[in-house]
Structure formats: structure tokens, C-alpha cells
Design a protein around this ligand. Structure first.
Ligand SMILES: C[S@@+](CC[C@H](N)C(=O)[O-])C[C@H]1O[C@@H](n2cnc3c(N)ncnc32)[C@H](O)[C@@H]1O
Length: 251
């Protein structure tokens, strides 16, 4: 067996497999908002490997969609996927490596829709980082522009089982990967620190190939848990007015 210790977002193939069904849940929500607000220039913060950006670019031919992410591996995967798109889609997608806590893009002040999807705001760990990301985003919006943040609501039962101690190791998923003729098993354990509102996660991704080879990789990921009022305060403290709060992707 081969072992490795790595960064969660370096393992893009595992990420893409693990969340291959997520777009069924959240993509219609983002499409609906774009239909409603008719933006021309869109920025996805923490865009990852293009799970949302690519289908949105395909679906809305007038949209210029920019993406910002701090993980070069995620952006490299996004660029590889983009290469197999039609030239007219490729032309409208612009990617930037950067940190959402402090960024400055050439189109600063011209975005009419900026979004931070799929709980990626959980990677803003301190109040300073959160305010800095929100204020920076405010500056990047055109007058009347919208900033939409999708966070996971804290599940108290789920967190109480992890209060100040690691949970058991759960088998989260078992996924067969025809591309590499292997099966991926995903395990996780979590510990919740209620003072810091931080969920410390340990992930194990284990691949079994059809040839009988086996690789196990350990990664860690910290997630900040937002309580709803906290998020509203964050918007208000960084200059925004709050237009709507939705409880789920069906609004
Ligand atoms: C949950 S993934 C979301 C990716 C993509 N938006 C999606 O919905 O599939 C979180 C992403 O946040 C990125 N990220 C984490 N911290 C960041 C930071 N400070 N600035 C920019 N990107 C960051 C990671 O590299 C990762 O791609």
C-alpha cells in the first residue's frame, strides 16, 4: 500500500469525484439567480476546478465569467477542462490565481454579480479575513451589483457529536471511477471547536485499483461554521445591504 499526506484541494481528481453530484443540487439555484439579475460580468470566488463556472458559461452566451482561486492544482484542472470547450466559451472564461482575502482584478468595479458558492466562505477563518474578503468584494462590484454567498447552516446534532473530540471515522462514500479503473473510498472524522466555531476535519481517500494496488491519502481541512446572524452582520459591516436570505437551494 502507498501512503501520502497532502492538501485537500491538491487532490483535484478526488474532489471532482467526491462532489460529482453536487451540481444537481446547486447549479439550478445559480442559473436561476443569473436569469433573474441578468449580469454581464460575473466573478466566482474560490472557483475550484470549474464545477459551476463551466456550465454557467455554456448556458449563458452573453456572460463573461471570471474565476479566482488560491489552489494552482484546481485552476490547472479548470484550464484543462476549458480546453475542450467551444472557442466561444473559452473566450468568455478568465481565471486568476489569488487569495479572496485580498485580491485586485483588472475588472475591479465592473462586476455586476460576484458569488462565493458551496460553503467556500468557510475558508475565511478569522473576522479580519472575513471582513477583508467582503470589503474587497464590495470594491469589485459595479454600482447595484450583487454578492451572493452560499454557506452550510450549522447542524447542531451533527456538531454536538463532535464537540471538542473527534468523531468516529465515517465512510462517507464509495465511488467507482471508470477513468482510472479504480474504486475510491472516502472516510472522514471531525472535531468541533465551539469557541472558534471551527470544524477540524480529517479526510482519508483510499483508492483500490483493479490490479490490486492500493493508495491511502490523509488530508486535513478546517471549516468555519457561520451562524445566520453572523453572516448578516458581516455583510452589513462591509457596506452591503441584505436583500434576501434563503434557507436552501429552492429558496
Ligand atoms: C469547496 S471548494 C469550491 C470550489 C468550487 N467553487 C465548487 O463549487 O466546486 C473551495 C475552494 O476554495 C478555494 N480556496 C480556499 N481558500 C481560498 C482563498 N483564501 N482564496 C481563494 N480560494 C480559496 C480552494 O482552493 C477550493 O478550490
Amino acid at each position: 500500500m502507498a501512503y501520502c499526506v497532502g492538501e485537500y484541494y491538491e487532490r483535484v481528481e478526488d474532489y471532482d469525484l467526491q462532489y460529482q453530484n453536487q451540481s444537481e443540487r446547486d447549479l439550478p439555484f445559480w442559473k436561476g439567480l443569473i436569469e433573474e439579475y441578468h449580469p454581464h460580468r460575473v466573478l466566482e470566488l474560490a472557483c475550484g476546478s470549474g464545477r459551476l463556472g463551466l456550465p454557467l458559461a455554456r448556458c449563458f452566451p452573453d456572460l463573461i465569467i471570471e474565476g479566482l482561486d488560491s489552489a494552482p492544482q484546481m485552476l490547472a484542472a479548470y484550464r484543462r477542462k476549458l480546453e475542450s470547450e467551444a472557442p466561444e466559451v473559452q473566450r468568455r472564461v478568465i481565471l486568476h490565481e489569488g487569495d479572496m482575502r485580498d485580491y485586485h482584478l483588472p475588472a475591479c468595479g465592473n462586476f455586476d454579480f460576484i458569488f462565493l458558492p458551496f460553503n467556500s466562505a468557510a475558508h475565511l477563518y478569522t473576522i479580519e479575513d472575513q471582513l477583508s474578503a467582503f470589503r474587497c468584494t464590495y470594491d469589485h462590484l459595479a454600482p447595484g451589483g450583487r454578492f451572493i454567498v452560499d454557506v452550510q447552516l450549522p447542524d447542531l446534532d451533527y456538531l454536538s457529536a463532535a464537540l471538542n473530540r473527534p468523531t468516529q471515522l465515517y465512510l462517507e462514500d464509495e465511488i467507482s471511477d471508470p477513468a482510472s479503473a479504480s474504486t475510491l473510498l472516502i472516510y472522514s472524522s471531525r472535531r468541533y471547536d465551539p469557541c472558534e466555531q471551527l470544524e477540524h476535519m480529517v479526510w482519508i481517500h483510499e483508492r483500490f485499483s483493479e490490479q490490486g494496488e492500493n493508495e491511502r491519502c490523509l488530508t486535513q481541512l478546517d471549516l468555519h461554521m457561520y451562524f445566520p446572524r453572523e453572516l448578516q452582520l458581516l455583510f452589513l459591516a462591509s457596506g452591503f445591504a441584505v436583500e434576501a436570505i434563503y434557507g436552501d437551494y429552492e429558496r
